[in-house]
Design a protein around this ligand. Structure first.
Ligand code: FEO
Ligand code: CA
Ligand code: CA
Length: 642
């Protein structure tokens, strides 16, 4: 197989191997350097007054002991209190650490065959070449559980490719041939797998009729306001109604009508050009499109990803995609009405009056938090396409006094038509004075009350420089720390407990920090952070059926300096009523913990271990090459835990 001829812009691949997608994005696409110091200083001053006044609810007064949650945490076996475990000590081991009395097992790892026509995983190049299409993808991320005709099915995202593992055979640890690239295109997207518990624990049901791989090559239907718009038309799809594939599948969502929502996040990193001087529109630059890519080099094998040959193709990614896991032959639908940005997850709730509400975050420094509200109402015979195509997108404004509002992205407010709003959503949001955020990651709505949480993972540019659109990132309010290395979780309560209300009140549920390094001040974290549970960069947050909040991290794992005592990435369990947070699990080396779901009976939780050893220092889970893996965790006595 002929090797690629790469241009200069591809030479960064090796240097960036040890960086996260986010870090690469920052190198490839630095934000403008201009800093509005006046505004930063002014906001910092008002922030100090704000904290002095105690208006921000960080601290002990926030949380009341609740008998409701105490009751919820005790299930049918009344002696069991899930909050009673001891904090798992932080560590840098290359394995899973759980509280006493809990156990774990790998459920499915990158390369495991989903059909018997694929052979068992081996650490060889040939294996990947011949099997990836029929095997579990790489870098599992968001997932949801479905019960279909009494059978249990998981839909699981594959966000990107861990090149250190995937190309461990190549000295360059990067794709060298067209075949290599096709393999990576087959390794992203989504896996739908039936799972079953047997005497050896949970296993994938090979050859199940539900099993499906959706990849960067699978036909997709474009729906909603952007369908057929000129910006969506390419030489491969002159009508702008059908695209191929989904990738960068990060967070996820689930609808009450039984479908899966997969969210396209860092889609930009797959496009490139051999011409370093290729002209890229300002609209695309806002989304991080440049001649350089993340090192996947798809443009060398597939002209859809060549910015010179197919300049409109990037407009067809960055969406939420709806998939019916019960019908393996269904065509996934790109839901453009939910906006185009670096989607983290899609948290859907049905408002009291039946309107569909979807909370959505754009994970980039200084980008925005969104809400979609359908025009019509959900009921048993509702037209689902209508609910997901006709609605209004809003963007959040958080005031410093703990109030907030949703600003509608309408033609009047933005000067853009609906299709443009749904394609250039970041530009629309910039026009209405919304709040630039510290990287909105997962959003989770409490199933038992009207309150919503969002993890704001970190933002080293807060108070330093504007976002890529030039919008200021002042310090204050919901983003209270300059150069925020630790992250926070914000909670808001919609007015009148109504998810379609246009205003809300907010507070910070937790401000992550390091109270052993910083004895006081905001970098010590909020009072529900201590030396036994500290963490950085909250990312995945998930409610279970009992109303408990699970927090997963994707942060720095050096375990020294600012991050001393935090160890590897981890998963914590939070009580949303009391604010108590405990460390439940520590992951293996160089992994991110992301993706959470649980079995129908709530006795097993499925947790994603993504890119263990992404700097080459893990053999998780079986020894040998490190493999992203979904693990199954249960209590040894079989209690319900989710
Ligand atoms: Fe894929 Fe923002 O995490
Ligand atoms: Ca994430
Ligand atoms: Ca993250």
């Amino acid at each position: 197989m002929a090797m690629f001829k790469k241009n200069q812009s591809q030479n960064h691949t090796q240097n960036t191997l040890s960086l996260s997608a986010d870090e690469i994005d920052e190198i490839v696409r630095p934000a403008p350097e201009k800093t509005d110091f006046d505004e930063v200083v002014e906001k910092a001053m008002s922030r100090r007054d704000f904290f002095k006044g105690g208006a921000l609810l960080v601290g002990t007064g926030l949380f009341a002991k609740s008998t409701l949650v105490a009751a919820m945490s005790k299930n049918q076996k009344s002696e069991f209190d899930i909050y009673a475990f001891e904090n798992v000590p932080a560590n840098s081991k290359d394995t899973i650490t759980l509280p006493k009395d809990y156990q774990w097992k790998p459920l499915v790892s990158w390369g495991d065959p989903l059909w018997s026509k694929a052979s068992q995983f081996t650490n060889t190049e040939d294996f990947v070449a011949e099997n990836q299409e029929w095997a579990f993808g790489d870098n599992n991320d968001g997932m949801k559980h479905f019960t279909i005709d009494g059978r249990e099915v998981l839909a699981i995202n594959h966000e990107y490719v861990n090149m250190a593992s995937f190309f461990h055979h190549h000295e360059s640890k990067s794709p060298q041939t067209k075949d290599d690239i096709v393999k990576t295109q087959q390794a992203v997207g989504v896996s739908i797998v039936e799972v079953k518990e047997g005497k050896d624990g949970w296993q994938v049901v090979k050859d199940s009729e539900f099993n499906r791989r959706i990849t960067a090559l699978t036909p997709m239907q474009i729906t909603g306001p952007a369908r057929g718009h000129n910006l969506m038309k390419t030489q491969h799809d002159p009508q702008g109604i059908q695209s191929f594939g989904t990738w960068a599948n990060c967070g996820s969502g689930k609808t009450p009508w039984g479908t899966y929502l997969t969210c396209e996040e860092n889609f930009n990193g797959y496009y490139g050009s051999k011409n370093d001087l290729v002209k890229v529109s300002d609209e695309l630059k806002r989304y991080g499109l440049f001649a350089k890519n993340y090192g996947y080099d798809w443009h060398l094998a597939d002209e859809r990803f060549d910015l010179e040959k197919t300049p409109n193709e990037p407009n067809r990614s960055g969406f939420v995609v709806e998939i019916d896991p019960a019908n393996p032959n269904s065509t996934p639908k790109k839901r453009t009405a939910l906006g185009r940005f670096k989607h983290e997850n899609a948290e859907m709730v049905i408002a009291d009056n039946g309107q569909v509400v979807v909370y959505l975050g754009d994970d980039e420094r200084g980008e925005y938090l969104y809400r979609y509200v359908s025009k019509n109402r959900y009921h048993k015979n509702a037209d689902i396409d209508d609910l997901m195509e006709n609605g209004t997108l809003y963007v959040a404004k958080f005031n410093e006094n703990g109030s907030g509002s949703w600003i509608a992205l309408t033609k009047e407010a933005t000067g853009m038509d609906m299709a443009e709003i749904c394609i250039h959503t970041r530009q629309a949001a910039s026009k209405v004075g919304a709040t630039t955020m510290d990287r909105p990651e997962w959003i989770a709505a409490n199933p038992h009350k009207a309150e919503v949480f969002c993890a704001l993972t970190n933002n080293k540019n807060r108070g330093i420089k504007p976002n890529a659109g030039g919008d200021a990132q002042p310090v204050g309010g919901v983003n209270p720390r300059q150069e925020n290395h630790y992250g926070q979780v914000v909670r808001w309560v919609p007015k009148n407990n109504d998810h379609i209300a246009d205003s809300f009140s907010w507070n910070l549920f937790v401000l992550a920090g390091n109270p052993t390094v910083h004895k006081e001040g905001l970098y010590a974290g909020s009072k529900n952070v201590n030396s036994d549970n500290m963490f950085n960069s909250p990312d995945g947050i998930h409610f279970d059926s009992q109303g408990k909040l699970w927090i997963q991290t994707d942060g720095k794992t050096s375990n020294k300096d600012e991050f001393a005592g935090m160890g590897n990435n981890q998963m914590l369990l939070a009580n949303p009523e009391t604010g108590e947070i405990k460390r439940f699990m520590v992951g293996p080396q160089e992994c991110e913990v992301t993706g959470f779901s649980y079995s129908e009976d709530g006795k097993t939780i499925f947790v994603g271990i993504q890119h263990p050893g992404d700097k080459g220092n893990s053999t998780f889970p079986y020894g040998g090459v490190a493999r992203s893996t979904v693990i199954a965790i249960s209590h040894k006595k079989g209690y319900q835990i989710a």
